[in-house]
Design a protein around this ligand. Structure first.
Ligand SMILES: Cc1ncc(COP(=O)(O)O)c(C=O)c1O
Ligand SMILES: [Zn+2]
Length: 427
């Protein structure tokens, strides 16, 4: 029997968060460390009593806030005094006007790269973890954990240290060295699982249901409804940085699909609150060909996402059975967007294109996103005359192996002027 939210339901204080509600049937539940509907097993998400009133004063309140995600605390499931607690304070990363990349891709309507490699552990995952940490504090968890394709493990390891939790994170055993080091260096436990991400995630779900998992908050499993809300801050920041304007098109990488669905939620909230003008926007999803379950379903016109066994250099996106896949399909179709994929060679080319044109070194996920953007422009699916935002969600230093085979010194010479001249490097 489902627990219904009534006026008398005791609830923890997480700012404007009022309840959890089922994405499928709308049933509401009190705020707690639960993630699936007890009626229909649909995913739960945070429902709010959002601030009502004058959008101009809310805008001013936000603008006067700290230069991190806590400026949006009135729209997030976090306590009002969140900025005073020990945390990594991610967010408010650069929105780079990418004119050289635009020229190369033929975009005339304004092209921007939202560069989330500037977060504390160099990926967008710091945003989602920061929100999950507040939920973990509220629910009294002592250990912070996750199943991860790499970036989340580092973000959880770091946030746990800062916020005073134990940590134990789980990854596929064969991740990139940079991701493994970042997940290990903060000193919590790091467990490599013999299997792919989907095996890791299944194992974590089992651990939660076992007494062994008592007191453990898995940021992307039993804290997933709160965790997901962190991605809304990307939508808020992009619009604020554009002068409180919605972009026309956004291109977003997909692993589980959570980030994409929550950016859409964030944009809808900004419209509902009157913080931006109500106008159409298109959302595009990007996958690697070697792990493209959502893109495959999109192109085939299916509503169901068939799981795949991943094989791609874009390991951070290598989720073969994405939890939010069907919702991504809905959003791409509803907004007039699309989901597409690029192969590993195109990923590397796109990493280099972004680096060469804008001085931004993306990890493979950013290569996927820029590569899909290029492909969709060439195919006439993405309109080059519209304002377009492309997400770079992680730092290239974590996936050096992807570009190492095709990058190196222009020349190696003796330290003398004749050798320099002979190498043909004089400008
Ligand atoms: C760098 C990077 N970008 C994007 C994603 C996709 O995230 P989501 O699972 O929310 O789709 C991930 C997931 O791990 C990631 O590490
Ligand atoms: Zn339900």
């Amino acid at each position: 029997m489902a627990v219904q939210v009534t006026e008398n339901t005791p609830t923890v204080a997480l700012g404007p968060a009022a309840a959890l509600s089922c994405r499928e049937c709308g049933q509401r539940f009190p705020l707690g460390p639960i993630f699936a509907c007890q009626e229909c097993f649909g995913p739960l998400e945070v429902a709010y009593d959002l601030p009502s009133g004058d959008p101009e004063s809310l805008r001013k309140q936000i603008e006067a806030g700290p230069d991190n995600i806590w400026r949006y605390a009135p729209l997030l499931p976090v306590p009002a005094d969140v900025a005073d607690k020990p945390n990594l304070n991610p967010g408010f990363t650069k929105l780079v006007k990418a004119d050289r990349l635009a020229a190369e891709l033929g975009v005339t309507g304004g092209l921007y790269v939202k560069d989330d490699s500037g977060n504390p552990t160099h990926s967008f995952k710091d945003r989602v973890v920061a929100i999950a940490v507040e939920a973990a504090r509220a629910f009294g968890f002592t250990t912070l954990s996750c199943s991860s394709t790499g970036n989340l493990a580092g973000a959880v390891g770091a946030a746990a240290r800062r916020a005073g939790f134990q940590s134990c994170v789980f990854i596929p055993h064969d991740l990139e060295a940079g991701k493994v080091v970042m997940a290990a260096v903060y000193g919590g436990d790091l467990v490599g699982i013999e299997g792919n991400y989907d095996d890791v995630n299944r194992f974590c779900s089992e651990l939660i249901g076992d007494p062994l998992g008592e007191g453990w908050g898995f940021v992307n499993v039993n804290l997933r409804p709160y965790y997901g809300e962190g991605s809304k801050t990307l939508a808020y920041e992009i619009c604020e940085q554009l002068g409180w304007r919605l972009p026309d098109q956004i291109v977003i990488p997909i692993a589980s699909g959570s980030q994409l669905t929550k950016i859409d939620k964030g944009l809808k909230e900004l419209i509902a609150l009157g913080l931006v003008e109500d106008k159409p926007y298109k959302i595009f999803g990007a996958q690697a060909e070697g792990c493209s379950p959502v893109s495959t379903a999109f192109k085939a016109g299916h509503d169901v996402v068939r799981p795949q066994k991943p094989k791609t250099i874009a390991k951070s996106l290598a989720i073969g059975n994405p939890a939010d896949g069907p919702y991504v399909l809905d959003i791409a179709r509803r907004t007039g967007g699309a989901v597409d994929d690029v192969d590993d060679e195109q990923v590397v080319d796109a990493i280099k294109l972004l680096a060469r044109t804008e001085g931004i070194f993306a990890e493979t996920a950013g290569g996927v996103t820029v590569g899909v953007t290029k492909k969709l422009i060439e195919q006439g699916v993405l309109d080059p005359s519209l304002t377009t935002v492309v997400l770079n969600t992680g730092d290239g230093l974590k996936t050096l192996d992807a570009v190492a085979p095709t990058s190196g010194p222009t020349a190696t010479i003796r330290p003398d002027l004749d050798a320099f001249r002979a190498a043909g490097l004089a400008r």
